[in-house]
Design a binder for this molecule. Structure first.
Ligand code: NAD
Length: 450
């Protein structure tokens, strides 16, 4: 089978590479000339563990190629995936579907023979039928069900573990029209290797598949926000949120994932998808007030995190230096979209702080999004002369800092760990005041090492 994937970002590139690994012939298309040029030189435009090797293997095998030209890629393809961005629309929070519809129109003009057009982008309920309308309008000679079908196949991969998530997903969701057996057969064929692994494949209607994606992301964002608020309560009453999370997470009905208290969820999906679900629900006259609250609570939390750092600096960061470890919204990605660092760092700068930061993969993107930040060559360089050390992202390399060296590098003795990667007593014993999330602050005893 030959397919085309339109949009070669985190989802499109990983999906294209994985489908080619399954044995399908794939052309990945992107309008961004620089991305395609880099891919054709064997360079990855994004950081995703294992992706370079997977791409190289499949390019070598002749199953995977990259192009800026949509027409030849779509011409004769049996399936075309739309994997373009669906960011929040400026001003109202609805998903911006401009890229999806533009891609659909281009696909329509390029299609020959029966083609399944599949939205892999996260799109609001009703988008599938609008995509069908866009195609029908562009090509009145084509008939839905005869010449083409539109399918919703939302993607659940996580950046940082995207390949494993795609290759061994918890489930595959495929939404089709009622009479689209031919389309279902194409999708079954594409995902056949996963059937062999007994991956649950859920066939639903298009609207249901579209909603599953938003419901899943909003639920996860709600779970994170719940534990973040429990963390606030823990701080107020002297309890430990790590233990609370463990205590509730061991209940099989709750589960222990997504119960890590932190600076608030970020990234390219949860913030925009929660907002888009809220808008869809309002438009449908079925408001989801729990998700509306989650959005408000999470936005406010990022501001509170900056205040927490100011408090750790004895109430003022004016003229002080903050050493920041981690900028991306989570480890193992270079994705900076909606990262907590984008709210916290400017808030500190507005209060007069200077910021020196290090991130293993995110600094290139961060440079475009943050102003007046000095970028360091490693963690120790970032905290040189710092009054406060802030851990913003839990990259593995920050989990075992040499605290004697940290003490030598830093001017101050305050550590704010927004990811709870250290034990309070340990860091206090190293001579630091340690502030984390949902756990009592720890201060160096008179008898501490330093
Ligand atoms: P991205 O911004 O990394 O990539 C989108 C790509 O599409 C860009 O390279 C852009 O140049 C390209 N593009 C836009 N219009 C085009 C067109 N007409 N023709 C060719 N290329 C075009 O986005 P992403 O993070 O991969 O997300 C894509 C979609 O998948 C979004 O809807 C997102 O919500 C969803 N999603 C993302 C993730 C994730 O972890 N990033 C996970 C699941 C779902």
């Amino acid at each position: 089978m030959r397919i085309a994937v339109i949009g070669t970002g985190y989802v499109g590139l990983v999906s294209g590479a994985c489908f080619s690994e399954f044995g399908t012939s794939v052309v990945c298309v992107d309008k961004a000339v620089d991305k395609i040029e880099r891919l054709n030189r064997g360079e990855m435009p994004i950081f995703e563990p294992g992706l370079d090797q997977l791409v190289a293997n499949n390019v070598r095998a002749g199953r995977l190629s990259f192009s800026t030209e949509l027409k030849p890629a779509v011409d004769g393809a049996q399936a075309v995936f739309i994997a373009v961005g669906t960011p929040s629309r400026r001003g109202d929070g609805h998903a911006d579907l401009t890229y999806v519809f533009a891609a659909a129109e281009e696909i329509a003009h390029a299609m020959t023979g029966y083609t399944v057009v599949i939205t892999k982008s996260t799109v609001p309920v009703g988008t599938g039928s609008k995509v069908a309308e866009v195609i029908a309008k562009a090509r009145p000679d084509l008939q839905l069900g005869r010449d083409f079908d539109v399918v919703s196949n939302p993607e659940f991969l996580r950046e940082g573990s995207a390949i494993a998530d795609f290759m061994r997903p918890d489930r595959v969701v495929i939404g089709t029209g009622a009479h689209a057996e031919r389309a279902r057969e194409v999708l079954r064929e594409l995902y056949r290797p996963l059937y062999l692994l007994e991956t649950p494949v859920l066939f639903t209607g298009i609207e249901t598949a579209e909603l599953i994606k938003y419901a899943a992301n909003s639920f996860l964002a709600t779970k994170i926000t719940f534990i973040n608020e429990i963390a606030n309560l823990c701080e107020a009453v002297g309890a430990d949120v790590q233990d609370v999370a463990k205590g509730i997470g061991l209940d099989g009905r709750i589960g222990k994932k997504f119960l890590h208290a932190g600076p608030g969820y970020g990234g390219s999906c949860f913030p925009k998808d929660c907002l888009a679900l809220v808008k869809t629900a309002h438009d449908a006259n079925a408001p989801i007030s729990i998700v509306e609250t989650v959005v408000k609570v999470n936005d406010a939390r990022k501001v509170q995190m900056a205040e927490r750092i100011v408090a750790a600096a004895n109430g003022s960061v004016q003229g002080k230096r903050i050493g920041v470890l981690g900028l991306t919204f989570k480890p193992n990605t270079d994705d900076m979209r909606d990262s907590a660092s984008l709210d916290i760092i400017p808030a500190l700068q507005r209060k007069g702080a200077t910021v020196r930061a290090f991130d293993p993969e995110g600094m290139h993107e961060a440079e475009k999004l943050l102003q007046d930040v000095a970028y360091a060559k490693d963690a120790y360089d970032a905290i040189e002369g710092a009054d406060v050390l802030v851990i913003l992202t839990e990259w593995n390399e920050f989990r075992s800092l040499d605290w004697a060296r940290v003490a030598q590098q830093m001017k101050g003795r305050a550590v704010v760990d927004l990811r709870n990667i250290y034990q309070p007593d340990h860091i206090a014993a190293e001579g630091f005041a340690y502030y984390s999330i949902g756990r009592p602050a720890a201060h160096p005893a008179a008898s501490s090492k330093r």
